[in-house]
Design a binder for this molecule. Structure first.
Ligand code: FAD
Length: 314
C-alpha cells in the first residue's frame, strides 16, 4: 500500500524524499498547482517574487547539506546577517544568523527537493480516517504535512490525532509586493517592523534575489490580514501608506500584488519535531518546533525516518 503524504510544502516533500530513499512506496498529494506551499511566490513583470517566507536560516547539519547542494546549483545564496529594525521613527540594526535567499524564488528549492518524486498536483485530500484510510483508500501510513487547522479539517474533531493538532491559533498575514521605476529607499536589505499597526516585515526583493530590481515585499499584521481576508487588495493602500511613513517611498508603484495567507504562522512553539500515532497517522510541518522553513524541513525529514523504522520488515 505504501505511505500517502498530503502536502508538498517543504515538510511533506522532505518526508517523501526520506521514504523514497529507503524504498518505501510514496504518493505525494498536493492540492495546489505547484509544490512549495508557504515558500511560494508569483512571477510579476517577468521576474519571480517571494510572497511567503522572506528568507531561511540553517542550523541543522543535515539541512545544511541540502542547502549546500542548492547553493552549488545556484538555487540558493547567502543573503544577509543583519536586518534593520524599524519602530515608530527609529531605525536600528539587528545582527543575527546568516539569512539565505533564492535567486529564482524559494519555491524552486522545494521543486529541486521533489526531483525524482511523483507529485500529484491539484489533488485535494478531503478525509483521513483511522486505519489509516485516505479518502476511502487504505494506506500503511499517512502524513499530514500542513498547518494544524488544515490537518484538523481532514481528521475531523473526534480523531485521536486531532487532539495533538488542536489548541493553537494560527495567525494570517497578507504579503503585498510592489515594483517601482527606481529604488527610492536606503539599503535595508530587510526590516523587522515592531509595534506597527499595519506591517511586521519589509524585504527588498531585488536585494535578496540579487538582480537589484526596485521591488519591495511587505507582510502585514494579523489584524490587517483578518480585516481584509475577503479582499486582500484592500490592504494595498494601507501598506503603501506604511512604506511612505517608514521608508519615505512617495512615488506610486508601477504594479502591486496582494496575497492572503490564512495560516502564515502558529502562536507559540512545540518541542516535539512531529507526531506519529500508533495507527500510522503522522503530523509534520512548521507547527512542530518554531515556525520556520528549517523547522518544517526537519520535521518532515525526521518523520520520514521514523516511518521507515516503523515500516521496515522485522
Ligand atoms: C508571510 C510569511 C512569511 C514567512 N517568513 C518566514 C521567514 O522569513 N523565515 C522562515 O524560515 N519561515 C518563514 N515563514 C514560514 C515558512 O514559510 C514555513 O515555515 C514553511 O514554508 C512551512 O512549510 P510546511 O511544509 O510545513 O507547510 P506549507 O508550506 O504550508 O505546506 C503545506 C502544503 O499542504 C497543502 N495542503 C493543505 N491541505 C491539503 C489537502 N487537503 N490536500 C492536499 N494538499 C493540501 C498546501 O497546499 C501546502 O502546499 C513565513 C511564512 C509566511 C506565510
Amino acid at each position: 500500500m505504501g505511505v500517502v503524504v498530503v502536502g508538498a510544502g517543504i515538510a511533506g516533500t522532505a518526508c517523501a524524499v526520506e521514504l523514497t530513499a529507503a524504498g518505501v512506496p510514496v504518493r505525494l498529494l498536493e492540492q495546489a498547482g505547484e509544490v512549495g506551499g508557504r515558500m511560494g511566490g508569483h512571477v510579476v513583470a517577468g521576474r519571480p517574487v517571494d510572497l511567503g517566507a522572506a528568507y531561511f536560516t540553517v542550523r541543522d547539519p543535515d539541512f545544511e547539506q541540502v542547502v549546500r547542494r542548492w547553493e552549488a546549483a545556484g538555487l540558493a545564496r547567502p543573503w544577509t546577517t543583519e536586518l534593520a529594525v524599524l519602530r515608530s521613527g527609529t531605525r536600528d540594526r539587528a545582527p543575527g544568523p546568516q539569512r539565505w535567499a533564492a535567486p529564482g524564488g524559494l519555491g524552486g528549492l522545494v521543486a529541486e527537493l521533489a526531483t525524482g518524486l511523483t507529485v500529484e498536483l491539484g489533488h485535494e485530500v478531503r478525509r483521513v480516517g483511522p486505519g489509516p484510510v485516505v479518502d476511502g483508500e487504505p494506506a500503511d501510513a499517512v502524513v499530514l504535512a500542513m498547518p494544524d487547522p488544515q490537518a484538523l479539517r481532514l481528521l475531523g474533531p473526534d480523531h485521536p490525532a486531532a487532539a495533538r493538532a488542536a489548541g493553537r491559533e494560527w495567525r494570517p498575514a497578507i504579503a503585498v509586493a510592489a515594483g517601482w521605476p527606481a529604488r527610492e529607499w536606503a539599503d535595508l536589505p530587510a526590516a523587522f517592523v515592531n509595534d506597527h499597526p499595519v506591517l511586521t516585515m519589509i524585504a527588498d526583493d531585488g536585494d535578496r534575489r540579487g538582480d537589484r530590481a526596485p521591488v519591495l515585499v511587505a507582510h502585514t499584521t494579523a489584524d490587517v490580514a483578518r480585516a481584509h481576508e475577503a479582499d486582500p487588495d484592500g490592504a494595498i493602500g494601507l501598506v503603501l501608506d506604511a512604506l511612505r511613513e517608514l521608508l519615505g517611498v512617495h512615488t506610486p508603484p508601477m504594479w502591486t500584488l496582494a496575497h492572503h495567507w490564512p495560516y502564515a504562522s502558529p502562536d507559540g512553539t512545540r518541542d516535539e519535531p512531529f507526531h506519529l500515532t500508533a495507527d500510522g497517522i503522522g503530523l509534520a510541518g512548521d507547527g512542530w518546533g518554531s515556525p520556520r522553513v528549517e523547522t518544517a524541513w526537519r520535521s518532515g525529514h525526521l518523520l520520514g525516518r521514523a516511518l521507515v523504522e516503523r515500516l521496515r520488515p522485522s
